[in-house]
Design a protein around this ligand. Structure first.
Ligand code: SF4
Ligand code: SF4
Length: 247
């Protein structure tokens, strides 16, 4: 694609809070130059114009898949799009949507009343369970700069590189005290993929793992360090599972 040809983009939301789309809309300083490079044909949070259909250079999708209707939407977007990008913890792992377990009808009834009043649903699943995903942008929500970098890379014909080193590296670069080692606060930074500039520990808040695990996470050592903070094994497993990681 020539660099002067606008990218035809479609944004879609499945089961999620719209926070990923909102993050992009909040990048106001970057949106004006970006707008000249994009032809956005679907973006429900920014425009009520109907999706005209047709081929897409890129489909950007947030949210987990939790109903047959959403699965149809996902499959249709996969067929239309040259590249499909999953954005945010829900799309990558199911996210917090996937935390509840147990009888599905009982769960639906506890939220909506009669289960038959809402559309058929199933436990929230990541996009990659159903379709090929060309790029995953992690976070809850993702970093706005990573979303902007996505379109810059696509305009040049490629995809941005994903970071695969832990949050601790960025945390120490910011010269933070270590919450885990020095204050015995249960931080997941040693096993979680960086890219957020250690946003939470920099404010004294333990990393909850929203960006998902690095490929070579030392889960055993992290488990041992978390035990030293006073959490029991059940609590540690729950913490590691919060954003979809099996413990
Ligand atoms: S506070 Fe958390 S992220 Fe920062 S160095 Fe310690 S364990 Fe790593
Ligand atoms: S520090 Fe951890 S929880 Fe906070 S934004 Fe970064 S990856 Fe997510």
């Amino acid at each position: 694609m020539s660099s002067s040809t606008p990218l035809v983009c479609g944004f879609a939301r499945l089961t999620s809070c719209s926070g990923c789309q909102l993050t992009l809309l909040n990048m106001t300083a970057d949106l004006v130059p970006l707008a000249a490079r994009l032809s956005v044909v679907a973006f429900s949070m920014a425009s009520s114009a109907p999706d005209p259909g047709g081929a897409l250079d890129v489909a950007v999708i947030e949210g987990s898949v939790s109903s047959p209707a959403q699965l149809s939407t996902l499959l249709a977007l996969r067929r239309r799009a040259d590249r499909l990008v999953a954005v945010g913890a829900c799309a990558l792992s199911g996210g917090v949507n996937a935390l509840a377990s147990g009888d599905r009808d009982a769960l639906v009834a506890s939220v909506y009343g009669a289960p038959e009043a809402v559309e058929e649903s199933f436990p929230p699943q990541p996009l990659s369970r159903f379709v090929q995903v060309d790029l995953e942008i992690p976070g809850c929500p993702p970093e706005g700069a990573e979303l902007v970098a996505l379109f810059g890379s696509l305009a040049r014909g490629g995809l941005p590189a994903a970071s695969d080193y832990p949050v601790c590296m960025e945390c120490r670069q910011r010269e933070n005290l270590c919450l885990l080692i020095e204050r015995r606060i249960p931080c997941l930074g040693p096993v979680i993929r960086a890219g957020c500039q250690a946003r939470c520990p920099s404010f004294g808040v333990a990393c909850e793992g929203c960006r998902g695990m690095v490929a070579e996470a030392n889960r055993g050592e992290e488990f041992r360090l978390l035990l030293e903070t006073g959490l029991n094994e059940r609590e540690i497993r729950a913490r590691l599972r919060r954003f979809g990681e099996e413990a």
